[in-house]
Structure formats: structure tokens, C-alpha cells
Design a protein around this ligand. Structure first.
Ligand code: IPD
Ligand code: CA
Ligand code: CA
Length: 263
């Protein structure tokens, strides 16, 4: 691994664990936190904001020339070839309601290629991580996708937000269920994608997701032998895109079930 990639990969793992500890301290004192609405089913708290400030401050200290794009703190990526993409808390709806499926997501895009992915789940003490060309791990254990032949071969993760329309999602659910499939939505797209990488889920589909929700987990899923769509196409970094992830055998059926042209 080249030294620049290695330095950021090592740094990102420590960073995500530290940010996870900070967020977890807020989680243990939820009664003291004010929750604000950003839109339909879209909330934010001081925990999200302060965790992102922590991440940005540490990255700017260690790699001052790198760009940063984060869900709560905006876009400081103009003209930069190395970009950190941050979701301080993915699964905020779970976090603010005392449920455990939330995580910290840290990705690094180098020259337009998602190159580092680190996702930390403080409640399970699971650090999912990978760098381009390397192995995917949970903590120190290598992980691999599960190669299901069809939807009957396991449980599929799904996601939906009100950035999408119900009518573009319900036909997919009909196809999945009428093919003998089953679904789960745990409120954190990043974690469910990591579960695909770890072979716990057979795939994941969400009609629209933002880059900070999924880029880290895409690196991890691909390193674990899975296939994802080309998320950064059509301005995916700033505008988001659909996300599809699965083992290579299931991917064509998953794509067909969406009824969409997804690159
Ligand atoms: C959301 C979660 C959710 C997904 C949404 C995301 P947030 O992120 O990942 O699972 O369905 O698309 O916006 O708001 O919890 O950071
Ligand atoms: Ca998110
Ligand atoms: Ca978030």
C-alpha cells in the first residue's frame, strides 16, 4: 500500500473509534439532548454536530490539504484530490430514540476513487474497514460477502427515505417478497451495507442515499468480494444516487428487481 493511503487508513481507524466514543457518551445521556427536525423523518442533535466537528478538526490537523464533505458541516472539497466523506452518526433516528443501530462512517476518495472505508459501531464494538486493493475486516477478522443464488438465499437489507417516492420503491418490495425473499431495515444504511460485506445480509437496496451514508461501506463491501453500483457517477458525491450491493451472483437479479437503469 502506498504511504499516503496507508497513513490515512491507519488514521481513519483510530479516528472512527474516537468519534464513536464521543457519540456514545451522548447516547448514554440522551435525556439531556435536544433533537431538531431537518425535514420529514430527518432529525439532528448536538451529538451529530459535535461528532462531525471532532472528525473535521482531527482531519484538518493531520491532513490540512485534504478536502472534507460531511452531512452536518457542509462541503469543503473544491479542487481537492483527496476528499474525506463523513457521516458523524448514521442511523440518527435510532440514536435519538435509544436504539442501537447507528455508527460513524468515514470514507476517503482519492482522485475520484473511493479508496478507504471505515465504519465503527460503538455498541457492538465492531470496526469494519478496508482500503482499495486490500482485505475487508471487522476488527481484525477478514470478512467476505455471502454468495446467494437468489432472494431465497438469505435476508436482504433495504432502505428508504422521503427523498424518494413510495411508488418507486413498492414494486421492488413486491418482487422481493413474491420471489420468496425477506427484508430488514435497521435505520443505518452504512451498517446494513457492512453486514452485506460480512455475509450477514445477502444484499442491500435503497432508491436514493447520500455519499456520506454509503461510500465507506462500498469500499468495504467491494473489498469483501461484493459488487456495488458506480455510486460516484452523475455527481453522486454531492447529489447522492441509488445504492445496490450484493454478491456477484445475486447482483443481476437485484438490479432487475429495481426496475431501473442503475449504472
Ligand atoms: C439515513 C440512514 C438510513 C437511510 C437514509 C439515511 P441518517 O442516514 O442511513 O438508513 O435509509 O437514506 O439518510 O439520517 O441516519 O444519517
Ligand atoms: Ca446517514
Ligand atoms: Ca447522519
Amino acid at each position: 500500500m502506498n504511504p499516503s493511503l496507508q497513513a490515512r487508513y491507519t488514521f481513519a481507524q483510530t479516528l472512527a473509534r474516537e468519534a464513536g466514543e464521543l457519540a456514545h457518551n451522548y447516547f448514554k445521556n440522551l435525556d439531556q439532548i435536544v433533537v431538531e427536525s431537518k425535514g420529514t423523518q430527518d432529525e439532528v442533535s448536538i451529538a451529530d454536530r459535535e461528532t462531525e466537528v471532532f472528525l473535521r478538526t482531527k482531519i484538518a490537523g493531520a491532513f490540512p490539504d485534504d478536502g472534507i464533505l460531511g452531512e452536518e458541516g457542509g462541503d469543503d472539497t473544491n479542487g481537492k484530490s483527496i476528499i474525506w466523506v463523513l457521516d458523524p452518526i448514521d442511523g440518527t433516528a435510532c440514536f435519538v430514540n435509544s436504539m442501537f443501530s447507528w455508527c460513524i462512517s468515514v470514507a476517503v476518495v482519492i482522485d475520484g476513487v473511493p479508496s478507504i472505508g471505515v465504519v465503527f459501531d460503538p455498541n457492538a464494538n465492531e470496526l469494519f474497514h478496508a482500503a482499495l486493493g486490500g482485505t475487508a475486516y471487522v476488527n481484525n477478522k477478514p470478512i467476505h460477502v455471502k454468495e446467494a443464488a437468489d432472494f431465497k438465499g438469505g435476508v436482504l437489507g433495504v432502505g428508504f427515505s422521503h427523498r424518494s417516492q413510495p411508488e418507486e420503491f413498492t414494486p421492488f418490495m413486491y418482487t422481493l417478497l413474491s420471489s420468496g425473499g425477506m427484508f430488514i431495515r435497521n435505520g443505518s444504511g452504512a451498517l446494513m451495507l457492512c453486514y452485506v460485506a460480512a455475509g450477514r445480509l445477502i444484499g442491500y437496496y435503497e432508491p436514493h442515499i447520500n455519499s456520506w451514508d454509503c461510500l465507506a461501506a462500498i469500499v468495504i463491501t467491494e473489498a469483501a468480494g461484493g459488487r456495488c453500483n458506480d455510486f460516484l457517477t452523475n455527481d453522486g458525491l454531492t447529489r447522492g444516487n441509488p445504492i445496490l450491493a450484493a454478491g456477484k451472483a445475486l447482483y443481476p437479479a437485484l438490479l432487475a428487481a429495481t426496475g431501473k437503469q442503475i449504472i
